[in-house]
Design a protein around this ligand. Sequence first.
Ligand SMILES: Nc1ncnc2c1ncn2[C@@H]1O[C@H](COP(=O)(O)OP(=O)(O)OP(=O)(O)O)[C@@H](O)[C@H]1O
Ligand SMILES: [Mg+2]
Length: 177
Amino acid sequence: MTGATIWLTGLPSAGKTTIAHEVAGRLRAGGRRTEVLDGDEIREFLSAGLGFSREDRHTNVQRIGFVAELLASHGVTVLVPVIAPYADSREAVRERHRAAGTAFAEVHVATPVEVCSERDVKGLYAKQAAGEISGLTGVDDPYEAPVTPDLRIESQGQTVAESADAVWGLLAERGLV
Ligand SMILES: Nc1ncnc2c1ncn2[C@@H]1O[C@H](COP(=O)(O)OP(=O)(O)OP(=O)(O)O)[C@@H](O)[C@H]1O
Ligand SMILES: [Mg+2]
């Protein structure tokens, strides 16, 4: 089976993790070997010790990209719901896949910040507003939105199933399901 890395980039609470798990469930049901490399879990282990500076965010994304490519090169469909705020970091991951001949697609979960801060799944927007934290992506830390993603999802006003359908459509179009 052909593996692939599907990177879901977007702001906190945009819907990356939710969509990734919905798609992963469908892939598994179809008999595909699938992994979800989620930012929060990765930061506990693979990226333990890294913070949220530009440099550390870059390193975090490169490490995840490295593991994703390894898995994908062995036939796993890897979903990566990780913010990855910097365009050059994402480009380096794409280049690593291109050089290895491994399929890669970038999905921009482009939920507007107003909707994300309303959802505020982890309470980060509220904490930032209260001055308890700083450096929140899209609020007081940069988010460089992809200019030409392979797919853009406007999750606001869409069900999770509809957003997952869009990713599924991309996979189908590329012969990856
Ligand atoms: N179409 C949709 N797709 C994805 N999530 C949606 C959609 N509509 C509503 N939601 C809701 O939005 C929230 C998205 O939270 P989720 O944890 O997936 O965001 P995230 O992008 O992974 O954030 P973080 O970067 O903080 O991990 C969930 O509560 C989900 O149910
Ligand atoms: Mg998440």
